[in-house]
Design a protein around this ligand. Structure first.
Ligand SMILES: Nc1ncnc2c1ncn2[C@@H]1O[C@H](COP(=O)(O)OP(=O)(O)OP(=O)(O)O)[C@@H](O)[C@H]1O
Length: 640
């Protein structure tokens, strides 16, 4: 049997047209058309669909309802779930019937020929209409949710491009208020350390930011309970903090507030909408704001991380810049600074030579920071610390699976230094195989990761350094001549500290100040004897030794002034000045030897000025000459 053969639908069946009407109602989503259809079926001039939303409101109508809606009768029908027939209105009979919809709709029919026996039919049709209204409600809510999610996704993409938290929060607030039909929106970021909430943007408040204690108000409640709130009348809610309205001069009526969670489910703060443009906030608004909050939390976390990175990066480069200050008053250091000034803006390869600890890396960082590559990375590699295979993967990187331990792809130092400077320290320790590979990259300016095939172009300035005698190594064929020429287009030579005594005190004071700051103590000074002692030391470990000594003094010295005893304890004669004295000599001979050496250094420090040297040694000038004669020394022996 087909549907059209069902007896209820046959022409002579009293129910046929009602069943057909039910069918049309259940298929239509046009409420106005449904109401017209119902009016026609019942032969009435007026047909109304009304909803109880606070007061009664007309949703759809056919004809004009004469007079106000009979609110109390409608209330009574809904509450009793009963339909009524009334006679006596000027237009004839009236039927009021509940639809049974979730949102409490009533169907009203009125017409001259409307009879009491149509009540049952009207109630049945109203129930079918009620079902359809519920279905349409769900459908419309789903459509609205899809639209909102689309809009949220679009905004999330926009937020993802934002790099500053403050600007991001302002965009979010404006977009959220617009999307959810409310007057204002605010985001509260929870500063747990300070136990406060930072509201942003806080419109009407100077600076656009408002600081509130985190245990007050509805927002305080939301972040601690981790649950959202909807409040229809905030002034009737004891949790509401009226102080905010007083500060901003804005009157809050109702609000919706949801917590913001990051990916680890940590509460970041709260998101609040204030004053819905029409009516109160609904459960649907809550769902929408919660969806929106997910995108907001992700965007806020990302921007904050980015800001931290940028801050750390600029702190680091500031730190690097400070570290690249070349301290020293000797002519050698003045010349070095001048050469670096001239070289910094070029891309010429530079080879820095000097004993260990003389400041070769400091010179390399100064070259980087004073040049056009300063905003790009400075990457240092210690070539001595790496075997040939490791060096290759360290410099050029490797692809995943390139060798047994290559569990993941690894970016090499050349790629990391892109646009910046690569500092190859201890270049003299690189194997000949490593040198060949490095030379090829320097010539072609292209690298290939170990295990890879793709050539990757690199734009890197190379600065190399060594404490080895590279030219000698070239002669001995331990270092490739072609690489030597490529690296040493310009050579900077940093003299050992013992050959630039003018730098000892400025460096000592510079480091002592830095380490006193680190040790959180008042700046220490040197006694005149301590200064002399520092200047007489040979500094075999160069500036690094001096730096380490100052660090220990800053943390260990007990008085407010560094005395010679503080140094005697650290600058043990065994370790330095006396190393070069012959072993196994008698005390007299050793003493004479020490005195000769000491006098020689004093004269050298004073650049050959015998009066200054005598003063430095605490002797009268004539006594100095006498002493020298006693020791068998000639003036020409000691003059530099
Ligand atoms: N002229 C200088 N001004 C300020 N600090 C310096 C100076 N020279 C060296 N230093 C400091 O001394 C220490 C050693 O310097 P650096 O590492 O540059 O020496 P290096 O010659 O590269 O040593 P190595 O050959 O052992 O690598 C560092 O802490 C550095 O900051």
């Amino acid at each position: 049997m087909s549907w059209s053969e069902v007896p209820w639908l046959q022409r002579n069946s009293p129910t046929a047209s009602l069943v057909r009407l039910c069918e049309r109602i259940l298929q239509s989503d046009d409420l106005a058309a449904i109401i017209v259809d119902i009016a026609a079926e019942f032969g009435v001039s007026n047909c109304l669909l009304a909803v109880r939303s606070g007061d009664w409101k007309i949703v759809a109508a056919r004809g004009d309802w004469d007079g106000p809606l009979p609110s109390s009768q409608l209330d009574s029908c809904i509450d009793r779930e009963a339909a009524v027939y009334q006679r006596g209105r000027p237009t004839g009979g009236t039927i009021l019937t509940p639809t049974g919809s979730r949102d409490q709709h009533m169907l009203l029919l009125s017409g001259a020929r409307l009879a009491a026996d149509q009540l049952a039919d009207a109630l049945a049709i109203a129930r079918v209409l009620g079902r359809r209204l519920d279905q349409l409600g769900v459908l419309h809510a789903a459509h609205r949710q899809v639209d909102r999610l689309k809009a949220t996704m679009k905004l999330a993409r926009k937020f993802a491009g934002e790099t500053e938290t403050q600007r991001l929060l302002e965009h979010i607030a404006t977009d959220a208020a617009r999307l959810l039909g409310s007057d204002r929106a605010s985001i509260f970021i929870w500063d747990r350390e300070q136990r406060q909430l930072v509201a942003c943007p806080a419109l009407g408040v100077e600076g656009g930011r408002l600081f509130l204690p985190d245990n007050k108000g509805l927002v305080g409640d939301v972040i601690h309970s981790r649950k959202p709130v909807i409040v229809d009348d905030v002034y009737a809610d004891p949790r509401f903090d009226q102080g905010v309205d007083k500060k901003s001069g804005y009157k809050t009526r109702n609000l919706l507030c949801v917590p913001l969670f990051d990916a680890n489910d940590e509460c970041l703060g709260a998101f609040e909408l204030i004053n819905k443009r029409s009516g109160d906030f609904s459960a649907e608004d809550l769902g929408a704001l919660e969806d929106f909050a997910i995108a907001v939390a992700t965007a806020v976390t990302n921007t904050r991380e980015l800001e931290n990175l940028v801050r750390n990066n600029s702190q680091l480069s500031e730190q690097m810049k400070r570290r690249s200050n070349i301290i020293g008053e000797s002519p050698a250091m003045a010349a070095l600074r001048g050469t670096i000034d001239r070289l910094a803006m070029t891309d010429l390869p530079v080879l820095i030579l000097g004993e260990s600890g003389t400041g070769k890396e400091v010179a390399a960082t100064a070259l980087h920071h004073q040049g056009s590559r300063a905003q790009r990375p400075f990457v240092a590699v210690n070539c001595a610390a790496l075997t040939e295979t490791l060096l290759e993967s360290e410099l050029f990187g490797h692809e995943k699976g390139a060798f047994t331990d290559a569990h993941a792809m690894h970016i090499g130092k050349f790629e990391l230094a892109e646009g910046g400077t690569l500092f190859l320290d201890e270049i003299g320790d690189m194997t000949l195989g490593g040198q060949a590979k490095l030379l090829r990259v320097l010539e072609q300016k292209v690298i290939t990761r170990v295990g890879g095939t793709q050539p990757i172009p690199v734009n890197v300035r190379v600065v190399a350094a060594t404490n080895a005698h590279l030219a000698e190594m070239v002669r001995e064929k331990k270092f490739r001549q072609d690489l030597y020429f490529r690296l040493s287009v310009v050579t900077l030579e940093i003299p050992p500290l013992r050959d630039r005594p003018e730098d000892i005190l400025p460096l000592s004071k510079f480091f002592l100040e830095r380490f006193c700051r680190d040790a959180n103590r008042k700046l220490l000074t040197f006694s005149p004897d301590a200064e002399k002692r520092l200047q007489m030391h040979q500094w075999p470990g160069n500036v690094r030794e001096l730096r380490n000594l100052m660090e220990r003094i800053a943390f260990l010295a007990q008085g407010a002034r560094v005395e010679v005893d503080d140094l005697a304890f650290i600058l043990s004669p065994k370790r330095s000045d006396f190393d070069d004295l012959a072993d196994g000599v008698g005390l007299m001979e050793a003493t004479s030897s020490f005195q000769s050496e000491y006098i020689k250094r004093a004269v050298k420090r004073m650049q050959g000025n015998m009066s200054d040297a005598a003063e430095f040694l605490g002797l009268h000038r004539s006594n100095l000459y006498r002493k020298m004669r006693q020791l068998g020394m000639e003036v020409d022996d000691v003059k530099p």
